[in-house]
Write a protein that binds this ligand. Structure first.
Ligand code: BGP
Length: 474
């Protein structure tokens, strides 16, 4: 492994910081999502309702604990930490011209603390944290005006932290908005709640187009502010396997892959493919795309590809295939993969899928890849101050092994690997604490009770050793 390989962890502001209304912070779209659980979907409320429990409001109070937490990340030997800047700390409503100094100061302190330990900040500009005001007033990313607001926010923070942050990511898991049947994805990616008369796919393409333009403008601005900046996109990378050799299954899997890679195709290549133009034409969509937009896309392509990896999907057209009826993904084409185990939350455990996808991205784009999320959600058992998370260590070992094979055997150019939820965060899809990811256990339950005290899990020492060895000794 390259000696500069960026080992580390990842979190997102809204899932850990808490302090949702402190020091001038505005309400974000995450702040109006209620708690849920494995069996109960999170709801999106119309503003903050008294008496309703919103887990993100307090998170794990990283806002006040960050020094203590970063000290332990340093003890593990982290080379980088991926987190996001909560847009609403900087621009509480999103459409102001002047930023909130208290919010800027918080991230100055956070980045200084990381740099004190030589931990490189890797910063996501948009991780499901759009100001709620932009939804109420403008309709979220349905509206072209969002481009200016997002670029203004991004340029403000890139200027402010130009000597502290080198790696930037634009939109987290931009392709998740392609999942049309679960409202949380359109909501968190785009601030959109579909109306009955919406053609969901058309609205999705429009919102995405504005995000592509905004992302490209951010890349261009980044280079003006500091030519050494590296800007990446983020793809939720989920292989789609055909269940059988029936050519219908093969074609379906290819279509599903294309639907996913549509996003990186534009962000990496800087233009829409012929297939996309054709499908818009065939569907009669009228997407607002100007000549200037197209120019902008071609001038603002990303430097690297950020990818998150948790699971693989299997698809089939065959009537006998066992449908998943997945509550989260909601897609009818998904079927059970008889070859893969799943977690308690129904996510397949497929380490080889990571090697497969690294190859796919490396061959398709020939750009460096940064694995900005991979991790194991598990209901850890707390026993007298100890947490024996053997399953997590096994999961991570197998995935890291496949990543190393992709690098060492297949020649994939991978810059780094950050374990999702390196300190237990609030789960995004279910809004619960019970689904834990960290090397550090946080004493907090699904109802917001607990001392918030942090405890080292067994995996803490395992990851410390792995980083010290610069990877798995294979
Ligand atoms: C990704 C998101 C993260 C994160 C992770 C795990 O989709 O980028 O924010 O939460 O998934 O998902 P969950 O927390 O639902 O288990």
């Amino acid at each position: 492994m390259n000696k500069d390989f960026l080992w580390g962890g990842a979190v997102a502001a809204h899932q850990v910081e808490g302090a949702w209304d402190l020091e001038g912070k505005g309400i974000s779209i995450a702040d109006v999502m209620t708690a849920g659980s494995k069996d109960k979907a999170r709801e999106i409320t119309d503003g903050v309702i008294d008496g309703e429990y919103y887990p993100n409001h307090e998170g794990i109070d990283f806002y006040h604990y960050y020094k203590e937490d970063i000290k332990m990340f340093a003890e593990m030997g982290f080379k980088c930490l991926r987190t996001s800047i909560a847009w609403t700390r900087i621009f509480p409503n999103g459409d102001e011209s002047e930023p909130n100094e208290a919010g800027l100061k918080f991230y100055d302190n956070l980045f200084d603390e990381l740099l004190k330990y030589d931990i490189e900040p890797v910063i996501t500009l948009s991780h499901f944290e759009m100001p709620y005001h932009l939804v109420k007033e403008y309709g979220g990313w349905r509206n072209r005006k969002l481009i200016d607001f997002f670029v203004h926010f991004s340029a403000t923070v890139m200027r402010r932290y130009k000597d502290k942050v080198k790696y930037w990511l634009t939109f987290n898991e931009i392709n998740n908005q392609r999942i049309l049947d679960n409202p949380i994805y359109a909501w968190t990616n785009s601030g959109i709640l579909y109306k009955d008369d919406d053609n969901k796919l058309e609205v999705m393409y429009q919102a995405t187009h504005y995000q592509f333009v905004a992302g490209a403008l951010v890349v261009k601005k980044a280079k003006e502010i500091n030519p050494a900046f590296q800007v990446g996109c983020v793809l939720a990378a989920t292989p789609n396997y055909p269940l059988t050799s029936d050519p219908n299954d093969i074609l379906l899997a290819q279509q599903e892959d294309d639907n996913q890679l549509f996003f990186t195709d534009v962000q990496v290549r800087g233009h829409y493919s012929k297939k996309v133009w054709k499908s818009w034409e065939n569907s009669g969509y009228s997407i607002d795309v100007t000549e200037e937009d197209l120019m902008c896309l071609s001038e603002g392509t990303v430097d690297f590809i950020g990818m998150t990896y948790y699971l693989s999907n299997t698809v089939s057209t065959r009537p006998e295939a066992k449908r998943l009826n997945d509550k989260l993904l909601g897609s009818e084409v998904l079927v059970e993969n008889p070859m893969a185990e799943t977690t308690e939350w129904g996510w397949t455990i497929d380490p080889k899928g990571l090697r497969y996808y690294l190859n796919l991205l490396a061959n398709r784009y020939e750009l460096p890849i940064f694995i900005v999320e991979n991790g194991f959600g598990y209901a850890d058992q707390f026993e007298d101050g100890s947490i024996h998370d053997k399953e997590r260590m096994e999961y991570l070992t197998e995935h890291i092994k496949q990543m190393q094979l992709a690098i060492e055997e297949d020649g994939a150019d991978v810059m780094g690997y950050t374990v999702w939820g390196c300190i237990d965060p609030i789960s995004f899809t279910t809004g619960e604490m019970r689904k834990r990811y960290g090397f550090l256990y946080v004493d907090r339950d699904n109802n917001g009770n607990g001392s918030l005290k942090r405890y080292k899990k067994d995996s803490f020492y395992w990851y410390q050793e792995l980083i010290a060895n610069n990877g798995l000794v294979m």
